[in-house]
Design a protein around this ligand. Structure first.
Ligand code: NAG
Ligand code: NAG
Length: 238
């Protein structure tokens, strides 16, 4: 009982700490131009990446209604993504980017698909508010483009049933990796967000082993958005 109370006190403490942090961000947001984005994101060539981005700006003193906001993601002088509908992007980025964030909600999140080895960046964000100000945020994000995926991490437990899992992390939540196994059974797949730019997808296979399954070589192959594959294997000694 007493122990439980201690935990609750700790939780409350943590809650107030969290409130303080949120409060700090909000009070900053009223006075400063700040864009929050990762400095570097690992991404597999051919796959997609969601670049998380939040920005703030000093509160305007005038009460004029701000509308027709324009947001631009840039690489050098090239616009690679914008919230303006029907904007004609250069050939290099056409149909590969999507401006996901709601600009007026201070969200500048962007998706880049079919990532090429040349997509390293640095990318930066610019906001234009016609009734107020325009600002180019100084921080940038670079992509660490990998040409080949890591083999998935694999684990197996045997207890009446064989339960095998294959786990990968990736940057593309819109088109998840697909898994295949070299043994039949029931398969389930789950995904969860690990941090602002990384997701984890796990495929779990389970089956009741037969006597012919002793020393079975079990493979798990993952197929990523863009077509890259990686395999891991384990030998089951039952
Ligand atoms: C920003 O927008 C993206 C895309 O809609 C969304 O997934 C994300 O949760 C938003 N971030 C915040 C902090 O609201
Ligand atoms: C399983 O993986 C091993 C090692 O990666 C490979 O040699 C073998 O051909 C694979 N077997 C199947 C059926 O895919």
């Amino acid at each position: 009982m007493l122990k439980g109370f201690g935990v609750m006190k700790l939780k409350l403490c943590f809650f107030f700490l969290l409130l303080n942090v949120i409060h700090d961000v909000q009070s900053q947001s009223a006075t400063k131009w700040i864009a929050n984005m990762p400095t570097s994101i690992p991404v597999l060539q051919g796959s997609c990446v969601v670049i998380p981005c939040i920005y703030t700006y000093p509160k305007p003193t005038s009460k004029r209604i701000l509308n027709r906001w324009k947001g631009f993601w840039m690489k050098g002088k090239t616009i690679i993504s914008t919230n303006i509908p029907k904007w004609r992007l250069t050939e290099e980025f056409r149909k590969r980017t999507q401006f996901l964030g709601k600009l007026q909600g201070r969200n500048c999140t962007m998706l880049l698909d079919a990532v090429r080895p040349t997509d390293v960046g640095p990318f930066y964000f610019r906001i234009e508010m016609p009734q107020y100000k325009s600002f180019t945020y100084p921080n940038t994000v670079t992509l660490d483009v990998k040409s080949n995926p890591e083999p998935p991490s694999m684990s197996v437990s045997v207890y009446e049933k064989v339960t095998a899992s294959c786990t990968v992390s990736h940057s593309c939540p819109t088109i998840l990796p697909r898994f295949s196994w070299t043994h039949s059974g029931s398969v389930s797949t789950r995904s969860k967000k690990m941090n602002a730019w990384q997701w984890e997808t796990v495929s779990t296979l389970s089956f009741v082993p037969k006597s012919t399954d002793s020393n079975l070589l079990l493979n798990c192959t993952v197929l990523y958005r863009g077509g890259k594959r990686a395999t891991s294997s384990m030998i089951l000694s039952i």
